[in-house]
Design a protein around this ligand. Structure first.
Ligand SMILES: Nc1ncnc2c1ncn2[C@@H]1O[C@H](COP(=O)(O)OP(=O)(O)OP(=O)(O)O)[C@@H](O)[C@H]1O
Length: 498
């Protein structure tokens, strides 16, 4: 497939400014670009969601025009979009999602029983390592499981061109590796792959070619990947230093005693202190996220007691947690955090409206001033704070979520996968910002990606099968031990913990 001189604007905002891009069969082309560069817009032109304003789309050398994504699909172009929920139907089961395309075009015949559906869908899920009952409602799945489901659904199409937009943003290294093997298999069969990621490790692992998009133009094309140069080209400048000084925590802000994330697991003790950033890592659904949910009042601990400032902590909802000074950047920003039609300004101030109102009236000037300061501090690329949230690129939406919770002091800041879709330059800036403000609170982060975890952590916790199996100081980190703890099998974990 090939794009020639493609342009696309949203109103007065020219996003693609004449893109030329070649996507050869049997090769993985990695597309790099900072947040807001136009990558998702480019993808949406390729797969028929958006019509380009000008330029040509060539398939096998012949011009094509896709009126909608169905036509692109029929031509063998299959996309896994960055916004995970765009790829799945939340109200259906896993099996129904996996077989949706076959069900809707009648290939599976009439009504199918649950058992037959599960039989057909099972192998598709297994191929990507999605281990959940086939009749689970998708709404009940976590983000990472939804991402695997979206990938499985795409692969079931046997695409000619597979477009993956940030496919590993919530996956750990082990789950990502499984995806890479599948992509390699497709490549060997002649499928062309367009792979978009902010994770350099993914690109290093998979890319045959690299192209960099900056401000709507392809600024670099490499037939042999040279990532430092590609990063420089996409950002327009070099990358700041990733290493940092490790800090030891001061006063204890939060504590868990005799805590169990699931019944039967050995209990653990955890003290979170101000000034240090604690990062929990592990495979998908290994426990870190469950811990955050318990502290934020979303789901109870299986056993144990939590204390904040020495007093028992038992929030029954996020609203109670927020009122008590515990904030959380949630993983599923589309459902748990933002209102797409609202302006950036209003999305920022949503949880704090009571602070901004006097006698029931919202102080608009204060809201605007505070909002702009937070957006700039978090490096959000935006045109106006009155623009709707839905017009912001994915990475910039994520930065806004961070900006929101940094507006007010809190006692404990929880961050679930804070770097989802954030470009590597911005990630470094955000890590610096979190560190700079860390003295004022305790900070607990869940990052499945180890590179991201290490960029942030003063202290690294490892969870495995809902057990806390490792607690490391950043400066004394033994990577081999960390990797072993992440991957250990359940029977070995319990032995070691005893
Ligand atoms: N529907 C829309 N309406 C208005 N502007 C939009 C719309 N979609 C995207 N944009 C704008 O187009 C620009 C490019 O966005 P796009 O999502 O393509 O960036 P991206 O490179 O994929 O970024 P990220 O890495 O953050 O996902 C951004 O400035 C964004 O605000």
């Amino acid at each position: 497939m090939e794009l020639q001189d493609t342009t696309k604007a949203f109103g007065p905002h020219q996003v693609l400014k004449g893109v030329n891009l070649r996507l050869p069969a049997g090769q993985v082309t990695a597309l790099m670009g900072a947040n807001g560069a136009g990558k998702s817009t480019l993808v949406k032109v390729l797969c028929g969601v958006h019509r380009a304003d000008a330029g040509n789309l060539l398939l096998d050398g012949r011009p094509v025009v896709f009126q909608d994504p169905r036509q692109a699909n029929a031509a063998g172009i299959v996309t896994v979009h960055q916004q995970i929920n765009d790829n799945v139907v939340l109200s259906l089961t896993v099996a129904e999602n996996l077989l949706l395309d076959r069900l809707s075009d009648g290939r599976l015949g009439g009504l199918l029983g649950r058992k037959r559906l599960a039989e057909q869908a099972g192998p598709l899920a297994e191929a990507v390592g999605l281990n959940v009952p086939m009749d689970t409602q998708v709404a009940a799945l976590g983000q990472a499981e939804r991402q695997l489901l979206a990938i499985a659904r795409a692969l079931a199409h046997q695409p000619r061109l597979l477009i993956l937009d940030e496919p590993t943003s919530t996956l750990s290294d082990a789950e990502a590796e499984r995806l890479f093997v599948l992509v390699e298999r497709l490549r060997a069969r002649g499928t062309g792959v367009l792979y978009i990621s902010h994770r350099l490790s993914d690109i290093r692992r998979l890319a045959d070619r690299v192209v960099a998009l900056r401000d709507g133009v392809i600024v670099l094309e490499q037939e042999t990947p040279d990532l430092p140069r590609a990063v420089q080209a996409m950002l327009g400048h070099g990358l700041g230093e990733a290493s940092h000084e490790y800090r030891r925590g001061g006063r204890e802000r939060f504590r868990l005693q005799q805590a169990r994330l699931v019944a039967g697991a050995p209990p653990f003790y955890l003290s979170l202190r101000e000034g240090e950033i604690t990062v929990a890592t592990g495979l998908l659904s290994s426990g870190g996220m469950g811990l955050l949910q318990a502290i934020y009042g979303l789901a109870p601990l299986a056993a144990g007691t939590m204390y904040k400032g020495g007093k028992p902590w038992r929030p029954r909802s996020p609203a109670e947690a927020i009122a008590g000074g515990v904030f959380m950047v949630q993983e599923d920003r589309a459902r748990a955090g933002i209102i797409p039609g609202f302006s950036l300004r209003h999305n920022l101030s949503l949880p704090f409206l009571s602070h901004l109102s006097r006698l029931g009236m919202i102080d608009r000037r204060r809201e605007a001033e505070r909002g702009k300061h937070s957006l700039d501090q978090a490096g959000v690329v935006y045109r106006s704070d009155r623009q709707p949230m839905s017009a912001l690129s994915g990475g910039n939406q994520q930065k806004l979520m961070l900006a929101r919770w940094l507006q007010q002091p809190c006692e404990l800041l929880l961050l679930a996968e804070p770097f989802q879709g954030v470009d590597i330059g911005a990630r470094r800036d955000i890590a610096r910002l979190l560190r700079r403000t860390a003295d004022e609170r305790a900070t607990l982060v869940v990052c499945t990606d180890l590179e991201e975890a290490l960029e942030l952590a003063d202290r690294l916790l490892v969870f495995n099968h809902h057990r806390l199996v490792g607690d490391h100081r950043g400066e004394q980190l033994n990577m081999e031990q960390v990797l072993q703890q992440i991957a250990a099998l359940p029977e070995h974990i319990d032995e070691e913990l005893r």
